[in-house]
Design a binder for this molecule. Structure first.
Ligand SMILES: NC(=O)c1ccc[n+]([C@@H]2O[C@H](COP(=O)([O-])OP(=O)(O)OC[C@H]3O[C@@H](n4cnc5c(N)ncnc54)[C@H](OP(=O)(O)O)[C@@H]3O)[C@@H](O)[C@H]2O)c1
Length: 250
């Protein structure tokens, strides 16, 4: 695999799956653009990439703010002249039973998981067409599997997964659009959940029990699939919903 000469933007690249994907994509030769809110964690990812001889630009942006998305897109087009790969990965988990769930959380997750990817795709579709590029959306098995207390999260992930399939048809043959559906992966996303340590231990044990491989995945086990779907060797692959999930969806 080689992404030599390509430019790839990865959202949520400061931690977890996005950081691992950015490092893997850069190792395959691409110039990477790292987007997220916290400059400190983006700098850490960029540092790792540069230590290994790769190229990274840190571009802080809050993707729930349409103005930030527009500014980031304009900077990329000005600095790089175009884009070959877009990885929509940034996400949060806001879980609650429906009687307590705050509709503003639904709005926030819809903005981050659906509206921001759509806005980025719209800003970059012309250059992606011209360069016969690829889009990878990091969605979730939660968009396929019904789960109590996670209805808002699952609904937004189902939306971006379906959007992936629609756009795969609409943008073919020039642009390939695929989704990766992680199962439980050990990342900081679990630190942000509103749970006591006891609730978290129970939740993690339930997830492990429901995963045939019997453990959480690592971000480094997801990252190479992002690189693979961006690579020209996946030239006949579009519209897939690829679970990387220890068998969770089986
Ligand atoms: N870990 C899992 O078990 C799992 C399972 C299925 C799917 N996923 C999906 O995988 C993706 C990556 O998650 P992860 O597990 O790697 O968690 P993570 O380490 O928490 O990464 C999420 C990233 O998104 C960024 N982000 C959050 N809000 C943002 C905003 N408003 N604007 C820009 N960036 C924002 C965060 O950086 P800042 O806070 O600095 O902005 C963070 O680096 C998410 O879409 C998640 O839903 C994860």
């Amino acid at each position: 695999m080689s992404l030599e000469g390509k430019t790839v933007l990865i959202t949520g690249a400061g931690t977890g799956i996005g950081a691992a994907a950015a490092i893997d994509v850069a190792a395959a030769g691409a110039s990477t653009i790292l987007v997220g809110r916290r400059e400190s964690v983006l700098d850490a990812t960029a540092g790792t990439i540069r230590e290994r001889g790769g190229d990274a630009l840190v571009l802080p942006a809050d993707l729930t703010r349409p103005g930030d998305v527009d500014d980031a897109a304009a900077t990329v087009l000005e600095r790089f002249g175009g884009l070959d790969g877009l990885v929509n990965n940034a996400g949060v988990g806001r879980f609650a039973p429906i009687h307590r769930a705050d509709p503003s959380d639904l709005q926030f997750m819809f903005d981050l998981h659906v509206r921001a990817p759509v806005q980025l795709i719209q800003r970059f579709v012309a250059t992606l067409r011209e360069r016969e590029g690829a889009i990878v959306n990091v969605t979730s098995v939660a968009g396929q599997l019904a789960a109590p207390n996670r209805s808002f999260y699952g609904a937004t992930k189902a939306a971006i997964t379906h959007l992936t399939r629609s756009l795969a048809k609409e943008l073919a043959p020039a642009v390939r659009v695929n989704a990766i559906l992680p199962g439980p992966v050990d990342t900081p996303i679990y630190d942000e959940l509103d749970m006591s340590s006891e609730q978290m231990a129970t939740f993690r044990a339930e997830l492990e029990a429901a995963t045939p491989i019997g453990r959480f995945g690592r971000s480094e086990e997801v990252a190479p699939w992002v690189t693979r779907l961006l690579d020209d060797s996946a030239g006949w692959v579009t519209g897939v919903q690829l679970p990387i999930d220890g068998g969770r969806c089986v």
